[in-house]
Ligand binder design. Structure first.
Ligand code: B12
Ligand code: SF4
Length: 429
């Protein structure tokens, strides 16, 4: 069969830009569509193409005319969900069976219960997508668990499940060749250095109330073997920087230590970017020292807030003191810190000022600030659903307030833009 895998274009709308002409908040991100490369790595005996509309926004019609896919698989995050529907409609016009998966499909599958979509896949899809493709080719009526046929007008008949180690299909590497024509596009912003993506773990052992990651695995935390991780890194020889795209690379400390040892032994002279929690840094500074030796260049840490009450309200299971201690430890080790902070739509001017002072007092190399967003499928969404005034998912980029701001809205976005600009003044990665 001809199978086309589709990565949506950069999308999402910006309230500060549209209403107040503030253009500095909306961001463009770059990186390879590893989810689709993973799916492709487990498809055998088919003709497969991958179109990355983030790198080639106008390329879909040409690809559809040339390739005439029998099946199309589309991925997407929440702010891409409306775009996924538009893409599905266009692809359907060519007669392909349309399958949608990814983080939004996993967290809010009913959203995709529409005419233009045939199947929805939730959770890790590497194994189930291959099973679905087999079923479409050979016939049969029993869908794999985690896959459902759409039924517009009626609730989906979907069995919710936790992904298991078998769903990672570790023995098959991602098909990185499928994006070779886009490789130049996948660079580390600011430095222009090529960056490749490798997965070493899925899900997270924690359950912060705002976080969408639970949908990725249905709640389990799954780690890949060091051999599989090193094999995948070796498939990216021209790529000096590897982003481990895990939600939490260090969720199992023993395994993280084994992986660092294996990276050291491998002789791969790469630099790594990885996600870690601040409490892990504070409890295991020796682990970070080891990872620094193995090539850890930068960590991405969800600090989220600078006071205990806010952290508790997010079920972050951490303390503000851990954040400052982690910053000091990482700074001493010479590991670059990309720090995520969340600003609530409820914020007052003093909250912006306090965060500004925090950035002046603590050496965070690149602060990333998002607006607290009740993403469908999260506990925060259940709690704040009644407060939401903007239901258009195009705005769910984490840089818009979808519930009313306490401050005058223009003042809120002006303070937000000022804070971002302060944080990015001396940014490095
Ligand atoms: C790499 C990454 C990116 C890359 C994406 C590369 C690409 N696709 O082009 C870049 C840098 C471009 C990016 C951008 C953004 N991202 Co991002 N990103 C990630 C990250 C770190 C890893 C994703 C990944 O590659 N995982 C590895 C793959 C193998 O796993 P996977 O994606 O889950 O795929 C598996 C299953 O989901 C499923 N599956 C996935 N797609 C499909 C499709 C089909 C057909 C099937 C059958 C199955 C299937 O099978 C896959 C294999 O098992 C995640 C966090 C995380 N750890 O997952 C955030 C994450 C996905 N991003 C997120 C967000 C919010 C964004 C942005 C809005 C920016 C921002 N503010 O952070 C933008 C959106 C882009 C835009 N403006 O249009 C959120 C999404 C939350 C949500 N519900 O929307 C996440 C979860 C992080 C977070 N903060 O919580 N991102
Ligand atoms: S620790 Fe990070 S990845 Fe894990 S649930 Fe919390 S925010 Fe999500």
């Amino acid at each position: 069969m001809n199978i086309l895998l589709v990565n949506p274009p950069n999308c999402g709308r910006s309230i500060p830009e549209e209403r107040y002409g503030i253009t500095s908040i909306k961001q463009i991100f770059r990186g390879e569509p590893l989810a689709l490369e993973e799916l492709a790595g487990n498809l055998h005996g088919h003709e497969i193409r991958l179109i990355d509309l983030k790198a080639d926004p106008g390329g879909l019609a040409r690809e559809l005319q040339e390739f005439r896919p029998d099946v199309a698989g589309i991925t997407g995050v929440t702010c891409e969900a409306n775009t996924v529907l538009r893409l599905a409609q266009e692809i359907r016009g060519y007669g392909a069976v349309v399958v949608v998966g990814g983080i939004h499909a996993s967290n809010d599958p009913e959203f995709f219960n529409r005419e233009e979509i045939d199947y929805i896949v939730t959770g890790l899809g590497k194994r189930t997508f291959a099973q679905l493709v087999d079923l479409l080719e050979e016939g049969g009526s029993v869908l794999p668990s985690g896959v459902c046929r759409t039924s517009p007008g009626r609730p989906l008949d979907l069995e919710r499940r936790c992904s298991s180690p078998a769903d990672m299909v570790q023995e098959q590497s991602p098909d990185y060749q499928l994006v070779s024509r886009y490789r130049e596009h996948y660079v580390l912003e600011r430095l222009g250095i090529r960056m490749g993506f490798v997965a070493s773990a899925f899900g997270c052992p924690h359950s912060c109330s705002f976080c969408a990651i639970r949908g990725q695995t249905g709640g389990s935390y799954l780690t890949r073997s060091a051999e599989a991780v090193i094999r995948d890194i070796s498939l990216l020889p021209q790529t000096p920087v590897i982003r481990l795209v895990d939600a939490n690379t260090f969720g199992d400390v023993r395994r993280a230590r084994e992986l660092a040892d294996a990276l050291l032994r491998s002789g791969l002279a790469k630099q790594y970017l990885a996600d870690i929690r601040s409490d892990t840094v504070v409890r295991h500074p020796e682990l970070l020292r080891l990872w620094k030796q193995a090539g850890l260049r930068a960590v991405i840490i969800g600090f989220e807030a600078i006071d205990d009450a806010s952290l508790a309200s997010m079920q972050k299971a951490s303390e503000a003191r851990m954040n400052t201690e982690a910053i000091a430890i990482l700074h001493d080790l010479g590991i670059t810190i990309v720090g995520d902070f969340i600003i609530s739509p409820d914020a007052e001017q003093e909250d912006f000022s306090r965060l500004s002072r925090y950035f002046s007092d603590n050496p965070i190399d690149l602060p990333m600030i998002t607006v607290m967003t009740p993403l469908p499928g999260t506990p925060l969404y259940s709690r704040q659903q009644h407060l939401i005034t903007n239901h258009d998912l195009d705005y769910y980029t984490l840089t818009n307030a979808v519930i009313p701001t306490r401050l005058d809205e223009e003042r809120f976005y002006t303070a937000y833009a000022e804070l971002l600009s302060q944080g990015h003044n001396h940014a490095r990665i």
